[in-house]
Design a protein around this ligand. Structure first.
Ligand code: F6P
Length: 372
């Protein structure tokens, strides 16, 4: 939707879903570009869409967004429980109640006299943003997630920082694994996409990389460890994505995780599961490290700072041009606009026949699908 001739005076910005490094770079860029280029007022909405349900907002200024470029997390706060169309709360008995609070969001948007809403989020948050666009809110999406699983953009910000963190962890596991002659397993996030595991695994010199897109065969994994040991390297480094599963098996759900209000199951623990399987077959010690939220926290790397800044600045430009119902996206070397509609409900996974996987296998990395 292009609204010609509508003067943008005041915009809102919210961050939704799991946090990642680079969110504050976007908030800063939106605020600065809006104020410096266009004299537009910027309202920060707290806690994702929840802030529009409860009207918890505050003005963002050049001063209030100073020094946040390098800061991890989001100064606005976020939640991955807040879908206003299916808002979940617990009643007095502890039972989950679901109700539609979307009209409250629309009402607050109007009350605040906003002309545009910047929705910074991953696939779930952007889908909600699209629903609000269909309800009449002029929305522009900005893609984030460490998982890098969004269609139509080369990268989401947050991903490269997470890859670097995972790569650094691999380097550390390498030295201790080699010293002790152990099999070291590193479990990383990514939900049902293997991007973090694949890129950080290649960067960190993993011998075996297991991702959700390729069900692994235990025999192939064990064979690789044996081959290495017989060849004079009695240690192996395995990178495994939390969503990886054994051929014919199930994904491993986090043990003891509290029932989540939003109804999304939490993954976690496949690294320990794999360790038990390997230990039964091989006379080497196996150790598992679960990297967890360390991948999401902390300062963004330079790539994510630049990407976040570019996306934020471009989003303001799109708002001024009335290009609503869109998402800003990286199509190297440019930032472009894509239709939010084409993204709804879609997740981008690693293609089994991708060059990246071919590259990994060509240099002898075992992806769990071949005996090599
Ligand atoms: O989507 C980002 C992500 O970090 C996934 O990689 C992971 O599965 C999930 O969020 C963890 O969610 P939570 O922060 O709720 O534990």
């Amino acid at each position: 939707m292009t609204i010609q001739g509508t003067k943008i005076r005041r915009v809102g910005i919210l961050t939704g879903g799991g946090d990642c490094s680079g969110l504050n770079a976007v908030i800063r860029a939106v605020t600065r570009a809006a104020i410096i280029q266009q004299g537009i007022e910027v309202i920060g909405i707290e806690g994702g869409f929840d802030g529009l349900i409860s009207n918890q907002t505050g003005k963002l200024t050049i001063k209030s967004t100073k020094d946040i470029l390098t800061l991890g997390g989001t100064i606005l706060g976020t939640t991955n429980k807040g879908n206003p169309f299916e808002y979940r709360t617990r009643d007095g008995n502890g039972d989950i109640q679901v109700k539609d609070c979307s009209q409250k969001v629309v009402d607050t948007f109007k009350l605040l006299k906003l002309d545009c809403l910047f929705v910074v989020g991953g696939e779930g948050t952007l889908e909600i943003g699209y629903k609000f666009y269909k309800k009449g809110i002029p929305v522009i999406g900005i893609p984030k997630t460490i998982d890098n699983d969004l269609e139509k953009t080369d990268y989401t910000f947050g991903f490269q920082t997470a890859v670097q963190v995972a790569c650094d962890a691999m380097d550390r596991l390498h030295t201790t694994g080699k010293s002790h002659h152990r099999v070291m397993i590193l479990e990383v996030m990514g939900r049902n996409a293997g991007w973090i595991a694949l890129e950080a695994g290649i960067a960190g010199g993993a011998h075996i990389i297991l991702i959700p897109e390729i069900e692994y065969n235990l025999g192939n994994v064990v064979k690789k460890i044996r081959l290495r040991a017989n060849g004079g390297s009695p240690f192996s480094i395995i990178m495994i994505a939390e969503g990886a599963k054994e051929s014919g098996g199930q994904t491993v759900k986090a043990q003891g995780a509290k029932e989540r209000l939003q109804g999304v199951e939490k993954l976690g623990g496949v690294g320990f599961y794999l360790a038990k399987q390997i230990e039964k077959q091989i006379d080497l010690e196996v150790r598992t490290t679960v990297l967890g939220h360390i991948q999401r926290g902390g300062s963004p790397n330079s790539f994510d700072r630049v990407l976040g800044t570019r996306l934020g600045s471009f989003a303001v430009d799109a708002a001024v041009k009335g290009k609503f119902g869109t998402m800003v996206a990286l199509k190297t070397p440019d930032v472009v606009l894509v239709d939010l509609k084409t993204l709804a409900g879609k997740v981008r996974c690693v293609s089994k026949s991708s060059q990246l996987i071919q590259c990994a296998e060509s240099i002898g990395i075992n992806m769990g699908r071949k005996a090599m």
